[in-house]
Write a protein that binds this ligand. Structure first.
Ligand code: DX5
Ligand code: ZN
Length: 219
C-alpha cells in the first residue's frame, strides 16, 4: 500500500497556460506527467505533436509518460527519446511487429509500454509480457478525455495481474480513462499500479488537491 502512482494527463490541461499546469504537476503528489499524442488516424482526434512535447519537457521535472495513439510508432521512437521521454507506450493494435518495437524503445533508453484498447484481450500479451515494462489498459476508447469509465476494466486488471504473476514479470499496470475518486480505490485493489487522470484533475477547482486526494484514496 501507499505506492500508487498518479499520472495527470496533460491532454486536459489549459494549453494557453501549459507551463503553469506542468509546474502544478511538478509540485504535486503526482509521479509522472502523462502525455497523449494522437495522430487523427489511429484515433479520431489530433492532440499535439513534437513541438508541444518539447515545451512540456522543458518545464517538467518528473518523468514523461508518453502515450502514443498513432500508427507506425516505430518511425518516431528516437524522436521521443531525444525529447526526453522516460516511458514510451505504443498501442498493441498499431504494431504488427510488437516485439521488435519494444526492443527498439528499450535500445533507445526508454521503458517500453503497451496500451490495449477496450476490446483487446489480455491473453494476447501472454508471449510478450516479460518484455513489457508497463501495460496501459484503456478504460475508455482512446481519442478523447472526459469519457465514462468502462466497468469491464476490473476483470482485465485481474487477468493481467494473474498473467504477470504466472510469468514472473515485473510489468506495471496503468489505467487510462475515466479515473475519478469514485473508482481509484477499486482500481488499486484490483491490481493497478498507475492511475492516469485528465479531466478529473484539471477540471477540478484545485488540481493539486485532487491529485493528493486520488493518491490518498487509492493508497
Ligand atoms: C484518452 C487518453 C487519456 C485521457 C484521459 O485517449 O489516452 O489519457 O487524457 O482523460 P480522462 O481522465 O478525462 O478520461
Ligand atoms: Zn493516455
Amino acid at each position: 500500500m501507499g505506492n500508487i502512482k498518479i499520472a495527470p494527463s496533460l491532454l486536459a490541461a489549459d494549453f494557453g497556460n501549459l507551463q503553469r499546469d506542468v509546474e502544478m504537476v511538478n509540485k504535486s503528489d503526482a509521479t509522472w506527467h502523462h502525455v497523449d499524442v494522437m495522430d487523427g488516424v489511429f484515433v479520431p482526434n489530433i492532440s499535439f505533436g513534437m513541438p508541444v512535447v518539447k515545451a512540456i519537457a522543458k518545464h517538467a521535472t518528473k518523468p514523461l509518460d508518453i502515450h502514443l495513439m498513432i500508427v507506425n510508432p516505430d518511425q518516431y521512437i528516437q524522436t521521443f527519446a531525444d525529447l526526453g521521454a522516460t516511458n514510451l507506450t505504443v498501442h498493441y493494435e498499431a504494431c504488427t511487429h510488437l516485439h521488435r518495437t519494444l526492443q527498439a524503445i528499450k535500445v533507445a533508453g526508454m521503458k517500453a509500454g503497451v496500451a490495449l484498447n477496450p476490446h483487446t484481450n489480455i491473453n494476447l500479451l501472454e508471449d510478450i509480457i516479460t518484455d513489457i515494462d508497463l501495460v496501459c489498459i484503456m478504460s475508455v476508447n482512446p481519442g478523447f478525455g472526459g469519457q465514462s469509465f468502462i466497468a469491464n476494466t476490473y476483470d482485465k486488471i485481474k487477468a493481467l495481474k494473474a498473467l504477470i504473476t504466472k510469468k514472473k514479470a515485473s510489468t506495471l499496470i496503468e489505467i487510462d480513462g475515466g479515473v475519478t475518486s469514485k473508482n481509484a480505490k477499486a482500481l488499486k485493489d484490483a491490481g493497478a499500479d498507475v492511475l492516469v487522470a485528465g479531466s478529473f484533475v484539471f477540471k477540478s477547482d484545485n488540481p493539486t488537491a485532487t491529485i493528493k486526494e486520488l493518491k490518498e484514496i487509492a493508497g
